[in-house]
Design a protein around this ligand. Structure first.
Ligand code: ADE
Length: 271
């Protein structure tokens, strides 16, 4: 892990940053100097008197797309020797906890946030990774960059209490188990007896069972079928790992092909 993670964001709306990243866990990580976040206005590298950064699509089509020259000039200015450039894009690799860990271990991240209807395809050759939040279309890359940066900042050593991550590690790969605080009874629902029993082994078993149950209900692809629930019991194809979606038809860069996150370790929502 680097001592201080440097994060540069290039956007037409640099005022969006740090936004929510100034609060709570990411805010503290930035305050403690675990990372430095800088945002840059893409228009600084815009063309001509109007600092233009977009143009019509060759071949016809609705909307304007981002021209390559301002993006190239911006990246030349901010990526340095060690910048790993991420392009938020619905056609990219689907963001995962494994990718968050991979990004948190790098010394310098650069986010190039598209607006408009997309980017000139030659921009994809300038980036190391295209990253999608999921199969839906946002108005631009800024919100996606905020989400990715938040997930990365909380992984930096010193950002959150290590004991809370250790405590949750035994349910790695599962959704969170239910938790309760006071009062012991609320609107007729009591805190499960086992949680106040003082029997630590029973509490651990109960938590794991509930986490499994919740995961089977909401994200069955993370765990595979319940034993004995169908004609084929046991492991699914792919070992019950999270399904990775291709996320669309957009081309991946050659560099991306060599730069996949190691997803051999399962998603750990408790990390
Ligand atoms: N830009 C627009 N939609 C996006 C998505 N789903 N993920 C990442 N960046 C995007």
């Amino acid at each position: 892990m680097p001592d201080v993670l440097r994060i540069d964001v290039v956007s037409l709306f640099p005022g969006v940053f740090p936004g929510p990243l100034a609060e709570s866990i990411p805010g503290r990580a930035l305050e403690r100097g675990l990372a430095e976040l800088r945002s840059h206005d893409l228009r600084e590298w815009g063309l001509g008197r109007h600092r233009s950064v977009d143009d019509y699509t060759y071949g016809g089509g609705a909307g304007m797309i981002m021209r390559p020259e301002p993006a190239a000039a911006a990246l030349d200015a901010v990526r340095g020797d060690d910048g790993f450039v991420v392009l938020p894009d619905p056609g990219g690799e689907v963001f995962s906890q494994a990718r968050a860990r991979d990004l948190a271990a790098r010394p310098h991240l650069v986010f190039l946030c598209p607006r408009y209807e997309g980017v000139d395809d030659r921009i994809r050759r300038m980036v190391d990774l295209e990253l999608s939040l999921g199969d839906y279309v946002l108005s631009g890359g800024e919100l996606a960059a905020l989400v990715v940066i938040d997930a990365v900042l909380r992984l930096l050593p010193g950002a959150i209490d290590a004991s809370s991550t250790e405590e949750e590690s035994f349910t790695a790969g599962l959704l969170e188990y239910p938790q309760y605080t006071r009062p012991p009874s609320f609107r007729g629902e009591r805190v499960p007896e086992v949680l106040v029993s003082g029997d630590h082994a029973a509490v651990a078993r109960w938590r794991r069972d509930r986490a499994l149950e919740r995961t089977r209900r909401h994200r069955p692809e993370l765990v595979g079928p319940e034993p004995g629930s169908g004609p084929v019991s046991g492991r699914t194809e792919g070992g019950g790992r999270p399904a990775r979606q291709s996320g669309g038809a957009s081309g991946r860069t050659a560099r991306q092909g060599h730069d996949r996150a190691d997803d051999s370790d399962r998603w750990d929502p408790g990390e």
